[in-house]
Design a binder for this molecule. Structure first.
Ligand code: DGL
Length: 266
Protein backbone atom coordinates (compact mmCIF):
# COMPACT_ATOMS: atom_id res chain seq x y z
CA UNK A 1 0.00 0.00 0.00
CA UNK A 2 1.79 3.11 -1.21
CA UNK A 3 1.59 6.74 -0.21
CA UNK A 4 -0.05 8.78 -3.00
CA UNK A 5 0.64 12.37 -4.03
CA UNK A 6 -1.50 14.66 -6.21
CA UNK A 7 -0.52 17.97 -7.81
CA UNK A 8 -1.48 19.79 -11.00
CA UNK A 9 1.99 19.07 -12.40
CA UNK A 10 5.54 18.80 -11.21
CA UNK A 11 5.15 20.85 -8.01
CA UNK A 12 4.62 17.92 -5.65
CA UNK A 13 7.81 16.13 -6.67
CA UNK A 14 10.08 17.95 -4.17
CA UNK A 15 7.64 16.79 -1.50
CA UNK A 16 8.10 13.16 -2.59
CA UNK A 17 11.88 13.63 -2.55
CA UNK A 18 11.70 14.83 1.07
CA UNK A 19 9.27 12.03 1.99
CA UNK A 20 11.74 9.50 0.56
CA UNK A 21 14.36 10.77 3.02
CA UNK A 22 11.97 10.34 5.93
CA UNK A 23 10.49 7.03 4.73
CA UNK A 24 13.04 5.24 2.55
CA UNK A 25 11.13 1.96 2.53
CA UNK A 26 7.78 3.30 1.36
CA UNK A 27 6.50 3.18 -2.18
CA UNK A 28 5.14 6.46 -3.60
CA UNK A 29 2.61 6.95 -6.38
CA UNK A 30 2.52 10.42 -7.93
CA UNK A 31 -0.29 11.86 -10.04
CA UNK A 32 0.25 15.01 -12.10
CA UNK A 33 -3.17 16.37 -13.09
CA UNK A 34 -1.76 17.68 -16.36
CA UNK A 35 -5.22 17.72 -17.97
CA UNK A 36 -6.30 20.51 -15.64
CA UNK A 37 -2.96 22.33 -15.24
CA UNK A 38 -2.69 25.11 -14.11
CA UNK A 39 -4.98 24.87 -11.09
CA UNK A 40 -4.30 28.54 -10.40
CA UNK A 41 -6.40 29.45 -13.44
CA UNK A 42 -9.29 27.07 -12.68
CA UNK A 43 -12.40 27.55 -10.63
CA UNK A 44 -12.43 26.15 -7.11
CA UNK A 45 -15.26 23.81 -8.18
CA UNK A 46 -13.22 22.30 -11.03
CA UNK A 47 -10.20 21.77 -8.80
CA UNK A 48 -12.28 20.12 -6.07
CA UNK A 49 -14.11 17.91 -8.58
CA UNK A 50 -10.87 16.79 -10.20
CA UNK A 51 -9.08 16.03 -6.95
CA UNK A 52 -12.07 14.04 -5.68
CA UNK A 53 -12.14 12.02 -8.86
CA UNK A 54 -8.37 11.33 -8.83
CA UNK A 55 -8.51 10.34 -5.16
CA UNK A 56 -11.32 7.94 -5.86
CA UNK A 57 -9.44 6.30 -8.76
CA UNK A 58 -6.25 6.12 -6.68
CA UNK A 59 -8.12 4.39 -3.86
CA UNK A 60 -9.67 1.86 -6.25
CA UNK A 61 -6.41 1.17 -8.07
CA UNK A 62 -3.63 1.40 -5.46
CA UNK A 63 -5.37 1.47 -2.07
CA UNK A 64 -2.95 4.10 -0.74
CA UNK A 65 -2.48 4.39 3.03
CA UNK A 66 -2.28 8.16 2.84
CA UNK A 67 -3.05 10.70 0.10
CA UNK A 68 -0.98 13.86 0.06
CA UNK A 69 -2.47 16.87 -1.71
CA UNK A 70 0.91 18.24 -2.72
CA UNK A 71 -0.56 21.48 -3.97
CA UNK A 72 -1.51 24.56 -1.95
CA UNK A 73 -4.23 25.60 -4.38
CA UNK A 74 -6.00 22.23 -4.21
CA UNK A 75 -5.42 21.93 -0.45
CA UNK A 76 -7.02 25.25 0.46
CA UNK A 77 -10.19 24.39 -1.46
CA UNK A 78 -10.50 20.61 -1.34
CA UNK A 79 -9.15 19.33 1.98
CA UNK A 80 -12.36 19.61 4.06
CA UNK A 81 -14.41 17.98 1.27
CA UNK A 82 -11.92 15.15 0.77
CA UNK A 83 -11.71 14.41 4.50
CA UNK A 84 -15.49 14.33 4.67
CA UNK A 85 -15.85 12.04 1.73
CA UNK A 86 -13.13 9.40 2.09
CA UNK A 87 -11.85 7.33 5.02
CA UNK A 88 -8.18 7.45 4.02
CA UNK A 89 -6.12 10.14 5.79
CA UNK A 90 -5.28 13.21 3.69
CA UNK A 91 -2.20 15.36 4.26
CA UNK A 92 -2.44 18.86 2.85
CA UNK A 93 0.15 21.42 1.84
CA UNK A 94 -1.21 24.70 3.13
CA UNK A 95 0.67 28.02 3.13
CA UNK A 96 3.26 27.89 5.96
CA UNK A 97 1.90 31.04 7.64
CA UNK A 98 2.22 29.63 11.15
CA UNK A 99 5.96 28.78 11.00
CA UNK A 100 6.58 32.07 9.17
CA UNK A 101 4.86 34.09 11.91
CA UNK A 102 6.92 32.23 14.53
CA UNK A 103 10.16 32.92 12.66
CA UNK A 104 9.61 36.52 11.59
CA UNK A 105 11.17 39.16 13.80
CA UNK A 106 9.79 42.22 12.01
CA UNK A 107 6.33 40.71 11.35
CA UNK A 108 6.65 41.64 7.67
CA UNK A 109 5.92 38.48 5.71
CA UNK A 110 5.18 37.82 2.04
CA UNK A 111 3.14 34.84 0.80
CA UNK A 112 3.90 33.90 -2.81
CA UNK A 113 1.22 31.64 -4.27
CA UNK A 114 -1.19 31.16 -7.17
CA UNK A 115 -3.86 33.82 -7.62
CA UNK A 116 -6.44 31.29 -6.38
CA UNK A 117 -4.54 30.64 -3.16
CA UNK A 118 -3.84 34.33 -2.63
CA UNK A 119 -7.58 35.04 -2.71
CA UNK A 120 -8.69 31.99 -0.72
CA UNK A 121 -10.71 32.32 2.48
CA UNK A 122 -8.54 29.52 3.90
CA UNK A 123 -5.52 31.85 3.74
CA UNK A 124 -7.53 34.59 5.50
CA UNK A 125 -8.23 32.08 8.27
CA UNK A 126 -4.56 31.06 8.59
CA UNK A 127 -3.55 34.71 8.88
CA UNK A 128 -6.31 35.44 11.36
CA UNK A 129 -5.38 32.43 13.51
CA UNK A 130 -1.57 32.47 13.40
CA UNK A 131 -0.36 35.84 12.14
CA UNK A 132 -2.76 38.44 13.45
CA UNK A 133 0.04 40.76 14.49
CA UNK A 134 1.92 40.46 11.20
CA UNK A 135 1.74 42.42 7.98
CA UNK A 136 1.17 39.84 5.27
CA UNK A 137 1.77 40.77 1.66
CA UNK A 138 0.09 38.37 -0.78
CA UNK A 139 1.72 37.98 -4.17
CA UNK A 140 0.33 35.95 -7.09
CA UNK A 141 3.05 34.30 -9.15
CA UNK A 142 1.19 32.41 -11.87
CA UNK A 143 3.87 33.07 -14.50
CA UNK A 144 6.41 31.37 -12.24
CA UNK A 145 4.19 28.27 -12.10
CA UNK A 146 4.27 28.08 -15.93
CA UNK A 147 8.00 28.73 -15.95
CA UNK A 148 8.70 25.79 -13.64
CA UNK A 149 6.27 23.46 -15.39
CA UNK A 150 7.58 24.30 -18.86
CA UNK A 151 11.15 23.32 -17.97
CA UNK A 152 12.21 25.74 -15.23
CA UNK A 153 12.63 22.74 -12.90
CA UNK A 154 15.89 22.01 -14.70
CA UNK A 155 16.76 25.55 -15.83
CA UNK A 156 20.18 27.08 -15.28
CA UNK A 157 20.86 29.43 -12.39
CA UNK A 158 20.83 32.38 -14.82
CA UNK A 159 17.46 31.38 -16.31
CA UNK A 160 15.90 30.97 -12.88
CA UNK A 161 17.32 34.27 -11.69
CA UNK A 162 15.95 36.15 -14.66
CA UNK A 163 12.51 34.50 -14.21
CA UNK A 164 12.25 35.42 -10.54
CA UNK A 165 13.93 38.85 -10.71
CA UNK A 166 10.70 40.91 -11.06
CA UNK A 167 9.30 39.19 -7.96
CA UNK A 168 12.57 39.60 -6.07
CA UNK A 169 12.66 43.33 -6.87
CA UNK A 170 9.09 43.71 -5.63
CA UNK A 171 9.96 41.86 -2.42
CA UNK A 172 13.04 43.99 -1.86
CA UNK A 173 10.94 47.14 -1.73
CA UNK A 174 8.59 45.72 0.89
CA UNK A 175 11.22 45.05 3.61
CA UNK A 176 10.00 41.59 4.49
CA UNK A 177 12.15 39.27 6.59
CA UNK A 178 10.21 36.08 5.75
CA UNK A 179 8.94 34.71 2.44
CA UNK A 180 6.48 31.82 2.34
CA UNK A 181 6.61 29.71 -0.81
CA UNK A 182 2.93 28.78 -0.86
CA UNK A 183 2.87 27.00 -4.20
CA UNK A 184 4.66 23.69 -4.45
CA UNK A 185 6.08 24.54 -7.89
CA UNK A 186 8.14 27.31 -6.30
CA UNK A 187 10.34 24.86 -4.36
CA UNK A 188 12.33 24.51 -7.57
CA UNK A 189 13.13 28.24 -7.29
CA UNK A 190 13.91 28.29 -3.57
CA UNK A 191 17.69 28.29 -3.76
CA UNK A 192 17.76 31.29 -6.08
CA UNK A 193 15.17 33.22 -4.04
CA UNK A 194 17.39 32.66 -0.99
CA UNK A 195 20.50 33.69 -2.83
CA UNK A 196 19.00 36.87 -4.35
CA UNK A 197 17.10 37.96 -1.25
CA UNK A 198 20.14 37.46 0.96
CA UNK A 199 20.59 36.36 4.57
CA UNK A 200 18.10 38.86 6.03
CA UNK A 201 15.13 37.04 4.47
CA UNK A 202 14.14 33.51 5.51
CA UNK A 203 12.41 31.50 2.80
CA UNK A 204 9.92 29.02 4.26
CA UNK A 205 8.21 25.99 2.74
CA UNK A 206 6.26 23.07 4.14
CA UNK A 207 8.21 20.00 2.95
CA UNK A 208 9.53 18.83 6.31
CA UNK A 209 6.22 19.36 8.08
CA UNK A 210 4.40 17.35 5.41
CA UNK A 211 6.97 14.53 5.47
CA UNK A 212 6.78 14.32 9.27
CA UNK A 213 2.99 14.13 9.13
CA UNK A 214 3.14 11.31 6.56
CA UNK A 215 5.64 9.46 8.76
CA UNK A 216 3.31 9.74 11.75
CA UNK A 217 0.40 8.41 9.70
CA UNK A 218 2.26 5.42 8.29
CA UNK A 219 4.29 4.67 11.42
CA UNK A 220 2.05 1.76 12.45
CA UNK A 221 3.11 -0.24 9.43
CA UNK A 222 6.63 1.14 9.18
CA UNK A 223 8.17 -1.92 10.74
CA UNK A 224 6.76 -4.31 8.17
CA UNK A 225 7.66 -1.97 5.29
CA UNK A 226 11.21 -1.66 6.60
CA UNK A 227 11.50 -5.43 6.76
CA UNK A 228 10.75 -5.83 3.06
CA UNK A 229 13.61 -6.40 0.72
CA UNK A 230 13.66 -4.57 -2.60
CA UNK A 231 11.00 -1.92 -2.15
CA UNK A 232 8.82 -1.43 -5.25
CA UNK A 233 9.62 1.42 -7.58
CA UNK A 234 7.80 4.72 -7.21
CA UNK A 235 5.26 5.38 -9.96
CA UNK A 236 4.26 8.54 -11.80
CA UNK A 237 1.03 8.98 -13.73
CA UNK A 238 -0.46 11.92 -15.65
CA UNK A 239 -4.10 12.70 -16.42
CA UNK A 240 -3.33 13.57 -20.06
CA UNK A 241 -0.71 12.32 -22.51
CA UNK A 242 2.47 14.27 -21.89
CA UNK A 243 5.77 12.96 -23.22
CA UNK A 244 7.80 15.40 -21.09
CA UNK A 245 6.79 13.43 -18.04
CA UNK A 246 8.52 10.29 -19.28
CA UNK A 247 11.93 11.98 -19.15
CA UNK A 248 11.04 13.77 -15.97
CA UNK A 249 9.99 10.50 -14.27
CA UNK A 250 13.36 8.97 -14.99
CA UNK A 251 15.17 12.06 -13.73
CA UNK A 252 13.41 11.90 -10.36
CA UNK A 253 13.51 8.11 -9.97
CA UNK A 254 9.93 7.19 -10.88
CA UNK A 255 8.62 4.51 -13.24
CA UNK A 256 6.47 6.37 -15.75
CA UNK A 257 3.16 4.55 -15.56
CA UNK A 258 1.08 6.33 -18.20
CA UNK A 259 -2.34 7.86 -17.91
CA UNK A 260 -4.65 7.86 -14.92
CA UNK A 261 -8.10 8.11 -16.47
CA UNK A 262 -9.88 11.11 -15.03
CA UNK A 263 -12.85 13.03 -16.29
CA UNK A 264 -11.71 16.62 -16.87
CA UNK A 265 -14.11 18.99 -15.10
CA UNK A 266 -15.52 21.73 -17.30
N1 DGL B 1 1.48 23.50 -7.39
C1 DGL B 1 0.26 24.12 -7.14
C2 DGL B 1 0.22 24.84 -5.81
O1 DGL B 1 0.91 24.45 -4.89
C3 DGL B 1 -0.52 24.84 -8.20
C4 DGL B 1 0.11 25.29 -9.46
C5 DGL B 1 -0.95 25.49 -10.53
O2 DGL B 1 -1.33 24.48 -11.12
O3 DGL B 1 -1.40 26.63 -10.74
O4 DGL B 1 -0.52 25.76 -5.61
Amino acid sequence: MPVAFIDSGIGGIPYVLTARDYLPHEQFVYVADTALFPYGDRTAESIVQSVISISSTLLDTFAPRVIVIACNTASVFALPVLRDRFDVPFVGTVPAVKPAAELSKSGNIAVLATSRTVGAAYLDQLVETYARECIIERIAGSELVSFVEQGGWRASVEEIRSAIMPTVEMLQTSRIDTLVLACTHFIFLKEQFESLLGPDVTVVDSRDGVARRIRTLVSDSEESAAGQTGARADMLLCTSPDTRYEALSKHFGFDYSGILENEVPS
